[in-house]
Write a protein that binds this ligand. Structure first.
Ligand code: ADE
Length: 255
């Protein structure tokens, strides 16, 4: 269970909305997880408190200087129990739901948000234990990536989601996507809710949802199913609600 997250960022304001709003805001306000932001600028020597400088060897952009970050990390690590120092960067291991599940079980996360062209490599070598990427694209800084990662781990903490089992139904948990969802009204602009969802037959509804999830995954993310056989439950659900069932996800193209 995650108790505490420390975020090292040059733009702590970036995380204000994350800290105040929605599911994460509530979880933090309820004290389920503690979040503390640290700014390397507060540890930068000199009147200018400069945190970046031009790269040796030339080239565009600025590099985060080693000393303010190292001093900041000293202060972070001096507080509370030891933990791995993780940096958000496009060079890191790509985060997936399995990784989120592992990170969510740690007691403490320390997340360093990079900025500019990067962080001086000597800090990376000596002070950063792991690197995580949220995908194969480049952001202008690690803050949005840290917010993504924190959101994903916080919602898995006990008591954070309303329904005890709603995390179990998420996309990716069974290496498949989520099924479609509907709410009132029953008929909206000529489109109706699938009959099965109005039937009150909960076992049948569950089988329909399973079939939808499998068919949607087959259509949109076949790579997720390539690594594993379908379970007996999935096979039975697809057989019951499959091609002839007429209840297939619109975009499946399998009708
Ligand atoms: N910083 C810049 N791009 C990033 C990415 N894709 N993931 C994590 N941190 C980043």
């Amino acid at each position: 269970m995650l108790r505490r997250i420390d975020v090292i960022t040059l733009f702590p304001e970036w995380l204000e909305g994350f800290k105040a709003l929605g599911l994460t805001g509530r979880a933090l306000a309820e004290g389920r997880v503690a979040l503390k932001c640290w700014n390397p600028r507060d540890f930068a020597p000199g009147v200018h408190r400069s945190v970046d400088d031009r790269p040796y060897g030339g080239g565009p952009g600025m590099v985060m200087r080693p000393e303010p970050l190292a001093l900041c990390l000293d202060a972070v690590l001096a507080e509370d129990e030891p933990a791995a120092v993780a940096c958000l960067s496009p060079q890191g291991r790509v985060v997936d739901q399995a990784a989120v599940g592992e990170l969510a079980q740690r007691p403490r996360l320390i997340l360093v948000c990079g900025r500019y062209e990067g962080i001086d490599e000597r800090v990376m070598e000596t002070r950063i234990d792991e690197e995580w990427s949220i995908g194969d694209y480049v952001l202008s800084g690690g803050e949005p990536a840290a917010a993504v990662l924190m959101d994903a781990v916080i919602r898995l903490q006990p008591g954070v989601l309303g329904h005890q089992d709603s995390a179990a139904e998420d996309s990716f948990v069974d290496a498949r996507l989520d099924c479609p969802h509907y709410t009132r009204p029953e008929s909206w602009r000529g489109q109706t809710v699938p009959d099965v969802l109005l039937s009150g037959d909960h076992a049948r509804i569950q089988r329909w949802r399973t079939a939808q999830a499998v068919l949607r995954t087959a259509r949109r993310r076949p790579d997720l199913l390539a690594d594993r056989p379908l379970s007996a439950t999935e096979r039975a659900a697809v057989a019951e609600f499959g091609l002839a069932g007429g209840a297939i996800d619109d975009e499946s193209g399998l009708k």
